[in-house]
Design a protein around this ligand. Structure first.
Ligand code: 5AD
Length: 413
């Protein structure tokens, strides 16, 4: 299964190239050199990641052409004609987030889904995620891999294991974008992280998104130099009091983390950020501020997931938010950021077995599939969640995407 459709290069202007996908034009940055008009490439997150042999590309496109039109028609039916041009009111965002009415929720989601269709069409990014270490120097109140959780068996994948896992995900499962995530584990030096990234790039073509927490700016520079192009760093909450109360660790200071997100953006990373929704003590105003802060940061990808209590943490006795609050957060994010990639998080899928479908119908267009080796997956226990076999998960996911008319692809910026 291929998660990306090749684009035909129709214009080359230095590093910027224009790609055509069944008549739709998208811009991407080419760092590979040697790309000419008429070539075919795979692009992810706005970066060219691989040149594709023309015969192979035309074969893939021929296989997709009809299917693509069918999917688009399904998506259009589900999103475009549901609400008329009815727009949202900027000064009502807080009211949208507060509503308890199911019919209003549906209306808000319908508006957001229509905006998603209008601006981004039916493309949907499916990224793989490798959780390579559950060691963490932090002691956050909400998180199951906090260093004080002595009940958790810890693991670290070796560099070779991580590279082999990435290679399998790209070359066998067909992923073209991978998130490398871990606790804040200083066992991996900056050089080791850079080595992991460059070795992955040596064996497969993929967009690499790092999610390794509040490491130094130098570390992020080195990872960029090695070829990482995305950074997933949530600010966790924009409410500084809550952040101070729950996010505990040697480099846990909010300003440091916030500064790091901004620096990552300046370094050229695609930035994915966001917060946990439903943390005890969080208000609707906080949630709205989280959305607006994500926009202010110029994030390419929005990541908002529900708080899920973990039994071995200080927040064990608390409850998750209602799924509707997360759906409203996704919908309002779409209203304020028509072009962003908005994730359905694994936490949302954990909260509700229909979470993926509901999130995609609330304006989201992106999600991740866990490709961590089976033997480690249960140990990456940030919150209790179900674990499915990768192939089964891919199959279920494709069925959901097809039923909603979404094409698992990434059309660039
Ligand atoms: N519930 C929901 N999300 C959590 N995270 C950590 N613990 C929890 C929890 N109990 C999120 C944090 C972190 C990401 C990897 O997982 O936002 O950034």
């Amino acid at each position: 299964m291929c998660y990306s459709i090749p684009g035909r290069v129709v214009k080359v202007e230095n590093k910027q190239i224009v790609l055509d996908y069944f008549g739709e034009k998208k811009v991407a940055i080419n760092e590979l050199g040697n790309i000419r008009e008429g070539d075919y490439v795979f692009a992810q997150g706005g970066f060219v990641i691989e040149k594709v042999n023309a015969i192979e590309a035309e074969e893939i496109l021929a296989g997709w052409k009809e299917r693509f039109a069918e999917l688009k028609a399904i998506d259009r039916k589900l999103s475009w004609s549901i609400v008329d041009g009815a727009d949202f009111q900027v000064d009502s965002l807080s009211t949208y987030l507060s509503t308890d009415s199911e019919s209003e929720l549906k209306h808000i989601c319908d508006i957001a889904n229509r905006i998603r269709y209008k601006h981004l069409g039916n493309s949907c990014c499916v990224h793989g995620i490798i959780e390579f270490s559950n060691y963490c120097r932090n002691n956050c109140y909400y998180c199951g891999i906090r260093c004080d959780n002595m009940t958790l068996k810890r693991y670290r994948m070796s560099i070779s294991e991580i590279v082999a896992c990435a290679e399998y995900a790209v070359n066998n499962l067909g992923f073209r974008a991978l998130v490398l995530q871990s606790g804040e584990d200083m066992y991996y030096t900056d050089d080791m992280l850079a080595e992991i990234i460059s070795r992955i790039r040596d064996v497969c073509n993929t967009l690499i998104i790092v999610s390794v927490g509040s490491r130094s700016e130098e570390c992020y520079k080195e990872m960029y130099g090695a070829g990482a192009r995305g950074a997933l760093i949530r600010f966790e909450t924009s409410n500084l009091e809550l952040y101070k109360k729950y996010h505990i660790g040697p480099k846990a200071d909010w300003n440091h983390r916030f500064g790091l997100i901004k620096s990552a953006k300046d370094m050229g990373y695609l930035v994915a950020t966001g917060s946990i929704i439903g943390l005890p003590g969080q208000t609707i105003t906080d949630v709205l501020n989280d959305i607006l802060l994500t926009k202010e940061l110029g994030a390419e990808m929005y990541s908002f997931g529900p708080f899920i209590p973990h039994p071995n943490t200080p927040l064990a006795g608390n409850t998750s938010p209602n799924i509707n609050l997360v759906l409203k957060t996704i919908a309002v994010s779409r209203m304020v950021s028509p072009n962003a990639k908005i994730l359905v998080t694994t936490a949302l899928e954990t909260l509700d077995p229909e979470g993926l479908r509901k999130g995609l119908m609330a304006g989201a267009n992106s999600f991740m599939i866990n490709v961590t080796p089976e033997k480690y997956r249960r140990l990456y226990d940030i919150y209790p969640r179900a674990h499915k076999n990768i192939e089964a998960k891919i199959k279920d996911t494709i069925e959901i995407l097809q039923s909603l008319g979404r094409a698992p692809s990434d059309f660039g910026i």
